[in-house]
Design a protein around this ligand. Structure first.
Ligand code: URA
Length: 218
């Protein structure tokens, strides 16, 4: 009727804030909700070509969050991350620093397989990044291992090559990030395996140094 309805300012703010979680919502409720959301996701075209989504696997309370690029053929079939040949090498790489797959949480930037294993598109990464951040918020890892160029560039929001990013401690939402070569790349360039070993040792030393520091500080 031409009358402007006055809305208190706070209403507008609440509309744009994160979904309100009930006070009694537990970690496992939130984890289950996120898992279901990813399973039913139709935010990008990959939902039309995937066999199934790949949410991730391992310990939901891990100190280590291992993030790769996207599912390949085998992962898409089985719904689990890093289970092809590259996955076997990743398992060995983790074992080299004393970690089993059950002790870490392994996931990917994209929760679906891009057709023919092409590089993820910008819009696909944009939609999936929210899932990754929510996984991080729930797991609360002490350290993130960014496996390969796509994971590193996505988490660090940069186009810098991997050679420039490795060997430093970066952060993603306040969690330290160490970059390592992707096992699929290492399978093609065996001489780089030594560098991957150095990266893993660097990541392990970073976590030890952080734990020692928090011991001294407390
Ligand atoms: N398998 C995955 O799950 N992620 C990769 O980045 C590569 C293979």
């Amino acid at each position: 009727m031409g009358i402007n309805v006055w809305m208190p300012r706070v209403t507008a703010i609440v509309e744009h804030s994160l979904p309100v979680t009930k006070p009694d919502t537990t970690h496992s409720d939130l984890w289950a909700d996120l898992t279901a959301e990813v399973q039913n996701c139709t935010l990008c075209g990959l939902c039309n070509t995937r066999t199934q989504t790949v949410f991730g696997s391992g310990n939901q309370h891990a100190d280590w969050l291992v993030i790769g690029e996207a599912a390949g053929e085998e992962e898409d079939k089985q719904g689990l991350p890093f289970i092809g040949v590259a996955g076997q090498l990743l398992t060995e790489m983790l074992r080299a620093i004393g970690l089993s797959r059950d002790e870490v949480f392994i996931t990917n930037v994209l929760k679906c397989r891009p057709p023919e294993n092409r590089d993820p598109h910008v819009d696909e990464i944009k939609h999936c990044k929210d899932y990754l951040q929510r996984q991080q918020q729930l797991i609360k890892p002490k350290i993130i291992l960014a496996v390969g160029r796509i994971a590193a560039q996505t988490l660090l929001n940069t186009h810098e090559p991997l050679t420039k990013l490795r060997g430093n401690v970066h952060t993603f939402n306040n969690t330290p990030v160490v970059v390592v070569y992707h096992p699929a790349y290492l399978l093609r360039s065996l001489p780089e395996k030594r560098k991957a070993w150095q990266d893993l040792q660097f990541a392990k030393q970073t976590l030890i140094a952080m734990e020692n520091k928090s011991c001294v500080d407390s």
